[in-house]
Design a protein around this ligand. Structure first.
Ligand code: GLA
Length: 410
């Protein structure tokens, strides 16, 4: 699809988004997930080793001390490896007593008293990706346990799921297998306990079966790609895919670009700006994946950018997408296109991304930006704080860096 055709369908897409949102209101709680969730997850920090009470409580205190809670980071999510390797005699999941000496309800209670939320991870298959018990055949029982513990968030992974190969391998290689029925089972289980506890439901099927076309009927957010491995190539791959499927995000259901790798020492500072900036304007959940005891000041500054967080949390929930200004080259699949824009409730977000294209001076007339008409606008570049007014904006952007503007009427 050409960019101009893509832009024409965006408006229709947003109408579709409204339809999908009303669907989710019928299926899951309508007040949860109206904007992308913000928080932290253990996986990118130290994989299995971070699935513990110590990390959860430490992060919760850091959320308060570092001002992250006040900015909207509230979910403290524990990923794979939190349970024992076997269910108990009644078939219930058991928190590993070595990692959770006080048990999970005590931790949930502490977090709730701090005004925070607690999330857990599970899997649609027989085992999780790290071979802990999965929810296959236990969906309702697991949802009841989560509700009784007061858990606020559930991520549902896609390992050891039924596959034409028997026994199922860790990851079924057959991408044609329909993952929908498994996610429907867990959605219905979560729905069945909603009277006791409302749980934000995150689908993690790695973008299979074009999950963005049906995810809003199943959960509040859905992983639209395979993992963010923390390298620059992952940021480019995921960002490029996100630019093609922006129209499927909307209040109550968002493309999840995966947990962040800002602050883990793998990307350069400009690359971290691109990573966080793209995730924010694409309306992805913003889930920190770094150890907050060790995070560099420059990374923390990026994660605490209030202008970007406000853009991410804008009530319209419209994800920015790419547009092609006159004389600009056509987009190339798999690369990050330099020009992005998205409607906000009080203006438009515009970004110049100097990734695949190389660095240099980028310019656009506001008249060419989707959502704006010819005229004079006030703009602010959110990372530098630089401001200006005019009918156009020009900005130097170094390679693998980004400039993100909020444009508002004068
Ligand atoms: C999969 C998911 C990751 C993470 C790991 C845990 O790879 O995509 O996000 O949850 O499993 O084992």
């Amino acid at each position: 699809m050409s960019v101009s055709t893509l832009l024409k369908v965006v408006a229709i897409g947003h109408l579709m988004g409204l339809v999908l949102s009303s669907t989710i209101e019928r299926r899951l709680n309508g007040t949860l997930g109206r904007t992308p969730h913000m928080g932290w997850s253990s996986w990118n920090v130290a994989q299995c080793d971070a699935a513990s009470e110590r990390y959860a409580m430490d992060t919760a205190h850091k959320f308060i001390d570092l001002g992250l809670k006040d900015l909207g980071y509230t979910y403290v999510n524990i990923d794979d490896c939190w349970s024992t390797k076997q269910r108990d005699g009644s078939g219930n999941l058991v928190a590993d007593p070595n990692k959770w000496p006080r048990g999970i309800p005590a931790v949930v209670n502490d977090l709730h008293n701090m005004g925070l939320k607690f999330g857990l991870y599970g899997c649609a298959g027989e085992k999780t990706c790290a071979s802990f018990p999965g929810s296959w055949g236990h969906e309702v029982q697991d949802a009841q346990l989560l509700a009784s513990w007061g858990v606020d968030f559930w991520k549902h992974d896609n390992c050891f799921t039924p596959c034409p190969v028997n026994p199922p391998p860790q990851t079924c290689p057959d991408t044609g297998v329909d993952t929908r029925p498994w996610y429907g089972k867990m959605r219905d289980a979560i729905q069945s306990v909603a009277g006791t506890k409302e749980i934000l439901f995150n689908l993690c099927n790695w973008g299979r079966n074009e999950v963005w076309t049906w995810g809003a009927e199943y959960g509040h957010s859905w992983r639209m790609e395979v993992d963010n491995w923390g390298d620059w190539a992952s940021v480019v791959r995921i960002g490029a895919t996100a630019s093609r499927i922006a129209e499927f995000s909307g209040p109550g259901g968002f493309n999840d670009l995966d947990m962040l790798f800002v602050g883990n020492g793998v990307l350069t500072e400009p690359q971290e700006r691109v990573h966080f900036g793209l995730w924010a304007i694409a309306k992805s959940p913003l889930v920190i994946g770094a150890d907050l005891n060790k995070i560099p000041a420059s990374s923390l500054k990026i994660l605490r950018n209030k202008d970007l967080i406000d853009i991410n949390q804008d009530e319209l929930g419209i994800a920015a997408s790419i547009f092609q200004p006159p004389n600009a080259p056509a987009p190339v699949r798999g690369q990050i296109y330099p020009y992005w824009a998205g409607q906000l409730s009080d203006g438009v977000v515009l970004a110049f991304v100097a990734a695949s294209s190389g660095g240099g001076k980028f310019s656009v007339n506001f008249a060419d930006v989707p959502g704006l008409k010819k005229g004079v606008y006030r703009w602010k570049e959110v990372y530098s704080g630089q401001e200006g007014t005019g009918e156009a904006v020009s900005f130097n952007v170094a390679k693998d860096d980004i400039a993100i503007f909020k444009a508002t009427s004068t």
